[in-house]
Design a protein around this ligand. Structure first.
Ligand code: GDP
Length: 328
């Protein structure tokens, strides 16, 4: 109710002054499924846009248990100790199914959540990964306008959500574990190909040697991939999120990447391409929603599904009949 009382202008003014409560309210509007909030959300995004874009956006992925939240806690704390303001956002592909959110869960980052220079927002829930991802993409703008100069976007490895995160960040980091000689198994090639760095986490105690061996295997494997448009050859590092070793080196590496890609213009070009990508994604999403939400379409689909099932009509002819209901 308090949300409705505040005008978009009031929220924009508070967000751009660094008010984290207003930021949360703004993101709640962005995430809202209530169509009445859409207009206001768009106004807020538009108002924040001139203040956005001055950040480094880092994507972090890896299978459950690899240490993402422990890593983000250590990395985020390091970044704030160096004078940065850090926002942690998440894209949880399962949230569209469970309607709950797991990633970015504040209880998993106990220290960072108390840090006045950190802002943690769990994944939005929604009907589709595309929708959930778009909301995160829009929330980045609000976080940047609120003064957060480093944005961490967390997701978990199932393939599609990585592609979504990759299309909204400047640097993509894949967390991995040293396995028993089969390091490269189970990691989708596509995800490896997207990574600007692979970090072998849990390189501590008895695991150090294994992690170093795994590192060499990854170096070899990454050599086989085609060169990246960024001009940056992907790096492989080891870390212990628990003991907080190797974390500063990772930050130094990311800064090197930023310098290189700003010099060769990849940084700017990539962001422009990403903006266009999200424009097209949004159009597609809205068109699909408009199509499937039309009652006549739902009816025509049901009717023709049955006909197809009974072999009364070919799938293609049935599709044409459904489409004709829409494009008449
Ligand atoms: P997530 O599911 O990827 O977010 O993983 P978590 O951060 O929740 O970590 C999963 C488990 O691994 C927890 O019990 C952590 O304490 C442990 N863990 C995380 N990072 C490290 C590390 O660098 N070394 C060791 N030994 N354990 C770690």
């Amino acid at each position: 109710k308090r949300l409705q009382k505040q005008t978009a202008e009031e929220l924009i003014s508070r967000i751009t002054k660094g008010d984290a409560v207003a930021l949360s309210q703004g993101i709640t509007l962005v995430e809202s499924l209530n169509p009445e909030h859409h207009n206001k959300a768009n106004q807020i995004i538009q108002g924040c846009l001139p203040f956005a874009n001055k950040s480094i956006r880092i994507g972090i992925t890896g299978v459950p248990g690899v240490g993402k939240s422990t890593f983000i806690e250590a990395f985020g704390s390091l970044l704030t100790s160096l004078g940065n303001k850090v926002a942690v956002l998440a894209i949880d592909p399962s949230s569209s199914i469970t309607k709950g959110s797991i990633l970015g869960d504040k209880t998993r980052m106990e220290e960072l959540v108390k840090n006045p220079n950190a802002y943690i927002r769990p994944s939005a829930s929604g009907n589709s990964l595309g929708g959930v991802a778009r909301k995160t993409r829009e929330s980045i703008i609000l976080c940047e306008a609120c003064g957060y100069n480093i944005i961490l976007v967390e997701t978990v490895g199932v393939g599609q959500s990585e592609t979504a995160v990759h299309s909204m960040v400047d640097f993509f980091l894949l967390l991995n574990l040293a396995g028993a000689g089969d390091e490269l198994q189970g990691i989708k090639r596509g995800i490896m190909e997207m990574a600007d760095a692979v970090v072998i986490n849990k390189a501590d105690g008895e695991n150090i040697k294994k992690a170093q061996l795994a590192r060499l295997e990854y170096v070899r494997a990454l050599h086989l991939f085609p060169k990246k448009d960024s001009g940056w050859p992907p790096e492989v590092r080891t870390s212990s999120a628990l003991e907080q070793t190797g974390i500063l080196k990772i930050w130094e590496m990311i800064q090197e990447y930023i310098i290189l890609t700003k010099e060769n213009n990849f940084f700017q070009n990539n962001r422009q391409e990403q903006n266009q990508f999200w424009m097209m994604e949004t159009i597609q999403e809205e068109v699909l929603m408009h199509f499937y939400n039309a009652p006549a379409i739902a009816e025509a689909i049901e009717k023709n599904k049955k006909a197809v099932q009974k072999n009364e009509i070919s799938p293609f002819a049935a599709a044409q009949l459904v489409l004709k209901t829409y494009f008449k």
